[in-house]
Design a protein around this ligand. Structure first.
Ligand SMILES: Nc1ncnc2c1ncn2[C@@H]1O[C@H](COP(=O)(O)OP(=O)(O)OP(=O)(O)O)[C@@H](O)[C@H]1O
Ligand SMILES: [Mg+2]
Length: 916
């Protein structure tokens, strides 16, 4: 390319950028009009980086029609050492090999997310090994899939140093906009302005056969507006005319200038140029090298030693292609189609070559789409399928519908749900065969579920039910309806649809669907209070089919993991959900990840690792907002609130509940509502505001009063709700639910319900004044704790035990319970609850301080007694009679509620309160 002339400011900025990219993530976008010199500066910076020891991954997407999806990413990854690719998790490695290096795909197509995750993994590994530069020229021509992959990587590389140097033509839409993905300070734009006369002079002198006279130079510079490419073309035109005329060609007509230059070339050369412009990767294996020679002389193309044909400037390629007639282009594409070895590339050319419907060609394009899909190029496959449908003859409506439907399916998979919906709605308009219509409606329903539009999903799926005939489609409809019902708080409906789905799936004989239906039956029967059907759960796991393309949160592993969590089997739940998490992150499916992380976070709240729960909830919320799943995002906000309620951050709890509530009210996700109702009282009770706690869960409690308590664990807010209700003086209203909680707990053998039921019963009995029975109840609650494995619940029960002991004037027992609660809360990091326990413990001590505390003399007597001295020895030491010693000790025993010298020793060691 030669030296860079002028551009001192840009080159200085480039040096600073590279220095910063060694320590942090930096994106620099060079922006400017066509031909202004972006690639020139970009090239210089890339060369510089290489010199400075950066590893450079680069790509230069082209503006061709027959662009291959993911080609830019393939270019970036091409030079990555094989060892780095080999170190990726298996599904990612497979995705890279299939999608980017184009090895044989085998049967399973990698998802776009998997490719994106793999690319991120590669970039992280390379960045850890040394300075890294990702350089992409002409980002406005990135194919959609490549732009998605790069955007995905960029958003997640926050902590990974590295430079991203992009060049972008101003005024064109672009699919990759780092400024929008990253904060200021990370992504910068450098706009390239006109070149000054001095630099222009140097440029024209170097590049033209003959130098321009000074006045001509000034006029060229002015007319070109300082744009070097225009200037070069204008100057060439001037020299061709061999005279400096009064009117210089206007820069707006650059393409005409190029076209005129191309037209002056021999026909065979023009043909060769057009062929090159129509190919994704032109080489002299296809393009006639000899015919191309005059274009090389004209500096329009270069031919590399490996036969690769490169246009000297992208504008030349687009001028060549854009000014050729449609007819000529079609001829060229038809020829290229006959030469293409790759099915997908052939399909691309056929799609461009064919003007009128033709059955055989449409079928070949459809086959090319299948090839594209197998390598994970879902968007390319969708586009080919659309074209195949357009080229399907009118009398073959069946094929046209099939292709339209498939195109929609592929678009949905590629993440373009809008286009998918458009195609489906267009399909639906025509009178379709019932089976096709049912499939279209199922797809529309699934898209609506994905978009969190549950009402619409329910409506669409219900009408799909009317048209569907085959068992498989019917199964998918019933499964979808079950999921929608559950999200709309209709667990009974969910269970009914699940059972219908199961019967249908067995009839259809589709293993993976049977597994999903089994998992759903197990879960929704459980949520309805029917207990956990272990056998169904086991069968669901055994039949699980990882290849079945269905939302990840429907998978038996996730469902059974969540079930184990509800059942309090935390180790099993953790193992199962972690396995799902690992699989989802290996294939890069973030919408699945968010859902799994949600359960994992809830698990850690219950198991008592609040720090981990908080980290997971934050991660989940970030994932959900990236993937745009609003209902799961809302749920994760509520889960975050639950964690904050436990750790005692009042402001965060209230804010997150509020935010979550807005979304829940909008999408009506039943389960997030339960989470919000659970978070509030944990906070309010720790602040001593029973009224606020009650208000937060009253609507849900009313539902339970009306409908009875099915599965107790689902109502995991209930213990706090009842505690609040009793505290505001409504013990008798609480009584039936307290009984129900215990009864259901015993019937279903749920340790959680038994323990919490007993705790609430203790509170209820204490409110009624039956303190002895209350003490017995709280003992039972405490006895459940070891098998429960929920330290927070344990500490809460100790608080109740302490309060009851205090009322029974068992001060030391009260104090001991409060202090153990305090220690447990402290260990958990539950700050407000710890403070409350400490305050309760203090109150026991303070009372004693006011009336019953040990005096200084009593203390000295007690200390000596605790050291094992006899009453006589103590009497001698303290100059008092043995009788007085005895009287002092009796008072100490009473005040400390102890009976023996041995207990005295223990108490004095921890320090009994002393009156001062
Ligand atoms: N500073 C410079 N010094 C020397 N030559 C330059 C300079 N700037 C641009 N050129 C020349 O001008 C022509 C156009 O520049 P370049 O290809 O970098 O433009 P661009 O901005 O990348 O255009 P596009 O938007 O079409 O990609 C090239 O032939 C290039 O060699
Ligand atoms: Mg350029």
């Amino acid at each position: 390319m030669g030296d860079v002339l002028g551009r001192e400011r840009e080159l200085a900025r480039r040096a600073q950028f590279l220095a910063e990219a060694r320590v942090g993530l930096r994106v620099l976008t060079l922006e400017g009009e066509a031909g202004i010199g972006k690639t020139t500066v970009w090239d210089a910076a890339v060369a510089d980086a290489r010199q400075a020891g950066f590893r450079v991954l680069s790509a230069r997407p082209a503006e061709t029609e027959a662009k291959l999806e993911l080609s830019a990413v393939a270019d970036l990854v091409e030079t990555v050492p094989p060892a780095v690719v080999a170190s990726l998790p298996a599904p990612q490695r497979h995705a890279v090999e299939v999608a980017l290096l184009r090895s044989d795909p085998g049967e399973d197509a990698p998802g776009a997310r998997t490719i994106a995750t793999a690319v991120r993994g590669i970039l992280e590994t390379l960045a850890a090994a040394g300075p890294l530069l990702v350089a992409v020229d002409d980002v406005q021509w990135l194919d959609r899939a490549s732009a998605t992959v790069l955007g995905f990587a960029l958003r997640r590389l926050g902590g990974t140093p590295g430079g991203w140097l992009l060049a972008r033509r101003a005024g064109l839409p672009t699919l990759l906009a780092p400024e929008r993905l990253l904060g200021n300070g990370v992504a910068d734009t450098l706009t390239l302005g006109p070149l000054d006369v001095q630099a222009m002079h140097g440029l024209l002198t170097a590049r033209l056969d003959r130098p321009l006279a000074r006045p001509a130079l000034v006029r060229v510079h002015q007319t070109a507006g300082g744009n070097p490419l225009y200037a070069l073309e204008i100057a060439r035109e001037l020299q061709r005319a061999d005279a400096v005329g009064p009117v210089l060609p206007a820069p707006a007509h650059l393409r005409d200038l190029v076209a005129r230059r191309v037209r002056s070339l021999p026909p065979a050369t023009r043909e060769a140029l057009l062929t090159a412009a129509a190919m994704p990767v032109p080489t002299t294996a296809v393009v006639d090298a000899e015919a191309l020679a005059p274009a090389e002389d004209e500096e329009i193309v270069t031919v590399g030693p490996d036969g690769q044909v490169t246009f000297r400037h992208p504008l030349y390629a687009s001028a060549v292609y854009g000014t050729a007639s449609l007819r000529r282009r079609r001829v060229v594409h038809a020829r290229l189609a006959s030469l293409a070895a790759d099915e997908e590339e052939r399909a691309q050319h056929l799609a461009a070559a064919t003007a009128t419907p033709e059955g055989a060609i449409a079928a070949r394009i459809e086959a090319g789409a299948a090839r594209a899909r197998r390598r994970g190029a879902w968007g390319a496959a969708a586009a080919l399928l659309e074209r195949a449908r357009e080229l399907t003859p009118d009398d073959d409506r069946g094929a046209a519908c099939r292709r339209g439907l498939a195109a929609a399916e592929h678009h949905a998979h590629a993440g373009d749900r809008v286009r998918a919906r458009e195609l489906l709605e267009a399909l639906d308009a025509g009178g379709l065969a019932p089976a096709v219509r049912a499939r279209a409606l199922v797809l529309l329903g699934q898209i609506a579920i994905n978009d969190d539009k549950f009402d619409e999903a329910r409506r669409v799926l219900a009408s799909a039910l009317e048209h569907a005939g085959d068992a498989r489609t019917l199964t998918e409809i019933e499964v979808g309806l079950a999921y929608v019902c559950a999200n709309q708080w209709d667990f009974a409906g969910a269970a009914a649809h699940s059972h219908r789905a199961l019967a249908l799936a067995e009839r259809a004989g589709v293993r993976g669907l049977v597994a999903i239906a089994l998992g759903f039956c197990a879960m929704y029967d459980f949520l309805c209070g029917g207990g956990a059907d272990r056998e169904k759960a086991e069968r669901a796991l055994a039949l699980e089919d990882p290849e079945l393309v269905m939302p990840g949160n429907w998978s038996p592993s996730t469902v059974v993991g969540a079930l184990a969590l509800y059942l309090g089997r935390y180790d099993e739940a953790r193992a199962r959900l972690r396995a799902v998490w690992e699989h989802a992150s290996a294939v890069g499916d973030e919408s699945d990840l968010a859902f799994v992380v949600l359960w994992l976070s809830w698990l850690e709240v219950r198991a008592g690792d609040l720090a981990e729960a908080g980290r997971l909830a934050r991660e989940g919320a970030a994932l959900a907002s990236l993937t745009g799943s609003t209902s799961i995002h809302a749920w994760l906000l509520a889960q975050q609130a639950l964690v904050h309620a436990h750790t005692g951050d009042a402001e965060a709890t209230r804010r997150l509940c509020e935010e979550s509530w807005v979304a829940v009210a909008h999408f009506g996700n039943a389960l997030s509502g339960i989470w919000i109702a659970a978070a509030n009282p944990v906070l309010e009770l720790s602040l001593g505001s029973a009224e606020a706690a009650w208000r937060a869960c009253e609507p849900l409690v009313r539902g339970l009063e009306r409908e009875g308590l099915g599965e107790p664990v689902v109502a995991f807010f209930l213990g706090d709700a009842l505690e609040a209700l009793i505290a505001i003086g409504e013990a008798e209203r609480a009584a039936p639910l307290v009984e129900a909680l215990s009864d259901r707990g015993r019937e279903l053998d749920r340790a959680w319900a038994i323990a919490v039921g007993a705790r609430c019963r203790a509170l209820l009995l204490a409110a009624r004044g039956d303190l002895d029975a209350a003490a017995e109840a709280v003992e039972r609650a405490l006895a459940e704790q070891p098998r429960l494995g929920m330290p927070f619940e344990h500490a809460r029960t100790l608080l109740v035990a302490g309060a009851i002991a205090r009322r029974r004037r068992r001060r030391s027992a009260a104090k001991a319970a409060f202090e153990r609660a305090e220690a447990l809360f402290a260990e958990l990091g539950a700050e407000l609850w710890r403070a409350r326990a400490a305050e309760e413990a203090g109150r026991v001590g303070l009372r004693r301080g006011a009336g019953d505390a040990v005096t200084a003399t009593e203390r000295r007597v007690a200390e000596l007694a605790a050291q094992g001295r006899t009453n006589r020895e103590i009497a001698g030491t303290l100059h008092m009679s043995p009788k007085t010693v005895e009287a002092h000790l009796a008072r100490v025993y009473r005040k400390l509620e102890i009976a023996s010298r041995a207990e005295l020793g223990a108490r004095m060691a921890v320090g009994a309160p002393v009156q001062t």
